[in-house]
Write a protein that binds this ligand. Structure first.
Ligand SMILES: Nc1ncnc2c1ncn2[C@@H]1O[C@H](COP(=O)(O)OP(=O)(O)O)[C@@H](O)[C@H]1O
Ligand SMILES: [Mg+2]
Length: 152
């Protein structure tokens, strides 16, 4: 697996590392066998970087994204997200950072079928308590959208 990272100017190099992993390792215990999904990944992503993670099927891309996205914990190694070492944080603290700082676009969308498109979008905002959904308007009605526009 490799990460396609852009060539950085000196100014960008001096900018903040948003993501930094050092020796990030993920092993899965499969009965008596240990499967080494990631063997010590060192990756630095700077503010403003746009990167692609490439590799053969089974090379560990999804595993690494789950760790970077705080959906899973590493077996060993360090992960600094915005300079905070996250491995010692509680599940609630990880969920809080995930809600505020991380966005996922999944291959299979992961939309909740009983919710409208508007409600699917509103749900994480509501969970993050950043945005109060319109009371009594759960389908994204005109009056609800108007309320949002007026409140800006
Ligand atoms: N939950 C799991 N339990 C056991 N092995 C897993 C699990 N998830 C992934 N693996 C193994 O870890 C390796 C990396 O998988 P994955 O990260 O899905 O690769 P990729 O996304 O690059 O195809 C593979 O050998 C896969 O079988
Ligand atoms: Mg994958």
């Amino acid at each position: 697996m490799s990460a396609l990272t852009p060539t950085l100017s000196q100014r960008e190099r001096e900018s903040k590392a948003v993501i930094q992993t050092i020796g990030l390792t993920r092993e899965y215990q499969m009965g008596s066998v240990i499967l080494h999904a990631l063997r010590g990944i060192d990756l630095t992503v700077y503010q403003g970087d746009f990167i692609a993670l490439m590799g053969a099927s089974g090379s560990g891309k999804s595993t690494l994204l789950s760790l970077i996205g705080l959906l899973d914990r590493a077996t060993a190694g360090e992960y600094f997200l915005e300079e905070i070492e996250v491995s010692s944080l509680s599940r609630n603290e990880l969920a809080d950072i995930r809600g505020r700082r991380i966005g996922f676009i999944f291959q299979n969308f992961n939309l909740l079928p009983r919710f409208s498109a508007w409600e699917n979008v509103a749900l994480p905002l509501k969970a993050a308590r950043r945005h109060r959904p319109c009371a009594g308007h759960t389908t994204g009605s005109d009056s609800c959208r108007r309320t949002h526009r007026q409140s800006r």
